[in-house]
Write a new protein. Structure first.
Length: 212
């Protein structure tokens, strides 16, 4: 499993001629790095002097975000393996025999299914990344100034994860024949990119104002 590899081993495997892991897995890693950094900001803020100056409502907001972020860390790591599984499933479909009409139909259906499976993983990753922005925002707004740059890095990495995930969706959409489904996914991806970009700017404005 990719998520259990040492960083050095993962990098070597990613840089090799093996098809898995690939860009989709790397997107998930970047998302995990973003959530981990966000968690670090919370851990280095809660209990500190600045945190004690917040209202009870603000403290609850931070506590909830800090608790929620743990699930993102684990989920993004799961996406690493899911992405590889989706890609290998598609490749297996292409290797199916196509000698008879029956085999051709079966192969075509499996390829269709393979493309759908291959795009749903990065699409779900992108969706989860959009949700994570709220936690990153809270970490930037209420986090200690000593680690405010880490909140900024988390936002930058998250943007990279979103754009990478959407790119992986887009490439697999090329194999989808259903125009209605294709258009629906494409529209969702465009909206995801728009929301992500706006949220990143919002967070970086906070980060830069605290640094300046």
């Amino acid at each position: 499993m990719q998520k259990n590899l040492m960083i050095k081993d993962y990098i070597e495997k990613l840089s090799s001629k093996e098809a898995v892991p690939g860009g989709g897995s790397a997107s998930a890693v970047v998302g995990a790095l973003s959530s981990a950094l966000t968690s670090m900001v919370f851990n280095l803020t809660i209990g500190k002097k600045i945190f004690e100056e917040y209202s009870e409502e603000e403290k609850k907001l931070v506590y909830r975000a800090a608790d929620k972020i743990i699930s993102y860390n684990n989920e993004f790591l799961e996406f690493m393996d899911k992405d590889g599984e989706g890609f290998l499933s598609l490749m297996s479909a292409f290797r199916l025999p196509k000698n008879t009409e029956e085999e051709k139909i079966k192969r075509k259906n499996k390829i269709k299914e393979g493309y759908e499976n291959a795009l749903i993983v990065p699409l779900n990753l992108a969706r989860r990344c959009i949700e994570l922005y709220e936690c990153v925002y809270i970490s930037a707004k209420y986090g200690s100034k000593n680690v405010i740059s880490d909140a900024g890095v988390a936002a930058i990495l998250l943007q990279g994860a979103v754009e990478s995930a959407v790119l992986n969706v887009t490439i697999n959409l090329q194999g989808i024949e259903d125009k209605v489904y294709k258009n629906k996914v494409d529209c969702e991806c465009r909206e995801i990119l728009k929301v992500a970009s706006n949220r990143k700017i919002e967070i970086m404005d906070i980060v830069n104002s605290k640094i300046g």
